[in-house]
Write a protein that binds this ligand. Structure first.
Ligand SMILES: [Zn+2]
Length: 144
């Protein structure tokens, strides 16, 4: 997915794949800054889509200017997590809508979540993002 590659290079982010059995202390999405380059750690056995989701989430953190290295550390800021998740879902929603010639009337959220291998807990955020993208124009055209 070239959009992700572009975003990574814009933000000076690099991917570092690891094997969990060799590095049990690493977690997906962990970031380390080494001489001005930030490396995002990704489990080598993740599917391509899950890897992309993690990258989009981490790109979201960096582009929002969030400061943290580990999403799952204790005391972690829920608002920042939500913003990064939202960033990721917005990108996935754009991808999803690109397959239609015109905006669909109904979004199959379950199918969307399944297609991109998202977590079920993202359901509420997914609905919110699609509402924002296609809910508003529908409302406007109704007024005409
Ligand atoms: Zn995070």
């Amino acid at each position: 997915m070239s959009v992700i590659k572009e975003l990574l290079s814009e933000l000076a982010l690099k991917i570092k794949y690891y094997n969990l059995s060799d590095y049990p202390h690493l977690k997906d999405g962990m970031k380390f800054n080494i001489r001005g380059t930030t490396y995002i750690f990704i489990d080598i056995f993740n599917s391509e889509k899950v890897t992309q989701n993690i990258l989009l989430h981490e790109i979201g953190h960096v582009s929002f200017g969030h400061r943290h290295l580990d999403c799952r550390s204790s005391g972690w800021d829920r608002r920042q997590e939500r913003e990064a998740d939202r960033y990721m879902i917005e990108h996935r929603a754009d991808e999803w809508l690109a397959q239609f010639d015109w905006e669909p009337d109904v979004i199959d959220y379950d199918k969307f979540i399944e297609h991109f291998e998202l977590e079920k807990r993202h359901y509420g955020l997914v609905v919110e993002v699609f509402d924002e993208i296609i809910g508003q124009p529908q409302l406007h055209s109704h007024c005409l």
